[in-house]
Design a protein around this ligand. Structure first.
Ligand SMILES: N[C@@H](CCC(=O)N[C@@H](CS)C(=O)NCC(=O)O)C(=O)O
Length: 218
């Protein structure tokens, strides 16, 4: 049993939970998963008792608790330096940190108008409220990451910076939204990036977990 416990919300809906779960699973970091069902009468009480922030996700490592997806990612990067969760090249790392921070603090139109529904691929394509502007920005960021860094890396595996990194985990729920509400118009590089992400075993595993949670109804 691992000494790391990641507490998350519903797999179909909790985009913030998806990020550290996907990071740890794809990077091969062992952990115990704890699930809290959101939107239930008892959810607030459970979260208030257990979570430092009253939200999911949070990570427990012995006496230490880390909350908020980006802080969890940084903690894991410190704990497992050999996993190289940030790109090794300094310019690539600066870009990766910038786009991860931009994801973490921004894209509110996309988050509000297109909430994550991991299991759906057929929802209406509503691009009001700044959504299209944010799609364009993400298309630009993914394309720039791939062409400037990803494709130039010796060990390019199709991720934003070649090898899998925290930036990919931060953008995983966006890939899911683009599948759910798409098709969205993207550059060839960005579209290929989506294919890489959604073909991963960790992606499938999250989807299988989501399907079990909803009782196979979606
Ligand atoms: N900034 C936080 C956001 C966490 C967050 O908003 N989590 C939502 C679920 S995705 C939550 O816990 N909501 C509590 C509730 O629905 O009661 C992070 O990066 O982890």
């Amino acid at each position: 049993m691992s000494d790391l416990t990641l507490t998350i919300g519903d797999k179909n809906l909790s985009s913030w939970s998806f990020r550290p779960w996907f990071l740890m699973t794809q990077a091969g970091i062992p952990f115990t998963e704890e699930n809290i069902k959101l939107d239930q009468p008892e959810t607030r009480k459970v979260l208030t008792e257990k979570s430092p922030s009253g939200l999911v996700p949070f990570l427990t490592h012995g006496e230490i608790q880390i909350w908020d997806s980006l802080a969890i990612a940084e903690y894991l990067s410190d704990l497992f330096p050999e996993k190289q969760l940030w790109p090794q090249d300094m310019a690539a790392r600066a870009f990766a940190r910038s786009i991860s921070a931009e994801m973490h603090s921004g894209f509110s139109a996309l988050r509000n108008v297109w909430p994550m529904h991991f299991l759906r691929e057929d929802l209406n394509h509503l691009t009001s409220g700044g959504v299209q502007r944010e799609i364009d920005r993400i298309d630009h960021l993914w394309t720039e990451a791939r062409t400037k860094f990803g494709t130039k890396a010796n060990d390019d595996e199709g991720f934003l910076f070649g090898k899998f990194s925290i930036a990919d985990a931060l953008y995983a729920p966006v890939v899911s939204r683009f599948i759910t509400y798409g098709p969205v118009k993207l550059s060839d590089e960005a579209a290929a990036y989506m294919e890489t992400m959604s073909a991963l075993p960790a992606w499938r595993q999250w989807g299988e977990g989501a399907r079990v949670e909803v009782g196979g109804t979606q």
